[in-house]
Write a protein that binds this ligand. Sequence first.
Ligand code: NAD
Length: 373
Amino acid sequence: MNFEHITLGQRVLFGTGKAAEHVAKEVVRHEARRIMCISSEFERSLADKALASIDVALWHSDVVQHVPVETAEKARQAAADAGIDLIVCVGGGSTTGLAKAVALTSGIPIIAVPTTYAGSEATNVWGLTEGATKTTGIDDKVLPAAVIYDAELTIGLPVALSVSSGLNALAHCVDSLWAPKADPINQALGAEGVRALADGLPRIARNPHDMKGRETALYGAYLAAVAFASAGSGLHHKICHVLGGTFNLPHAETHATVLPYVLAFNGPAAPDAAARLSAALRSGMADVSASEGRAGTAEDAVSLLNELRSRLDAPVALRDYGFTEADIPEAVRRVIAAAPPSNPAAVTEESMTELMRAALAGEVPAVRALATA
Ligand code: NAD
């Protein structure tokens, strides 16, 4: 083995029903006096619970998905005007993203209390959108100093959102297996993330109040984000980044829809990743049927992912989110420009057009249909 791996430094406090206690502990640890809470209006009741034991100097609720630069500027100005020395963000990836935008220019530390499975809290990646273009970058200033996970705060996340958000996390894991900086450590984290999500998400789909399911999914989402932050963006993330930034498709649903097509495309060219993924999915879905002699193949991995998606009643077609046939050439052009040169399968105009067409229509993703592209 020969590799270089960086582990990002942050404290993780995991405890069901303990968000308020853990937030208070972190405020003391940071000796913070002027706290800004970032949380959308919809997430405010969750923020009230998580910040119940501390004084808040500024509540900021102007949160917009994909962090438009104007939204970031307003939050930065509000933080500066109020003399803020610590940000506590309570909410999904959009809320965490806004906190990161403030930290990027001010250096103010963040305590993140995530309430979806997006995973932004465990990465040093920031994102800002200007016009139709979303820009992302890496800066350790935006990595939250601490992450506080409390499964109780996720109980109200509707099943459909839990599923798309959870599959977004699963996509972090899968893409980590072949991303540009994939290494044995982030691949191990990604594989365990897949197992946990394949176990937790179906429990939530059956019963949104299943606390074991909620805890397992949050744990999986954290591993997914750590793996993703370390391995970097693979083809899947590049595709979704284009679809979200240029065509304004919803983040989690886009990830959930596109993942099986990328797996069907890359899997045959990445047999070790496919084998690892099959084993993890099989271990998470303990009751899944035997593989009939193709265990560990790309075909097996795709069929297990399809099985998980069908148990979750996952999103199936990009056309349901406003993507059209006419958008494909522009999307393909942008994906080809952004695709990692190290991607296991050749990213060509023909192969990407075929992948986009299949994802647009929601065709059943099949290895044979895409692997030969
Ligand atoms: P989101 O933050 O937009 O939240 C989706 C919806 O769920 C919102 O309406 C929100 O109010 C609601 N919600 C959140 N928590 C809830 C709860 N517990 N109960 C009920 N409703 C709840 O969506 P998301 O998928 O969490 O995040 C997507 C954003 O995060 C995108 O902009 C994406 O680019 C970014 N992201 C960034 C990184 C990174 O590393 N920088 C990683 C993953 C995602």
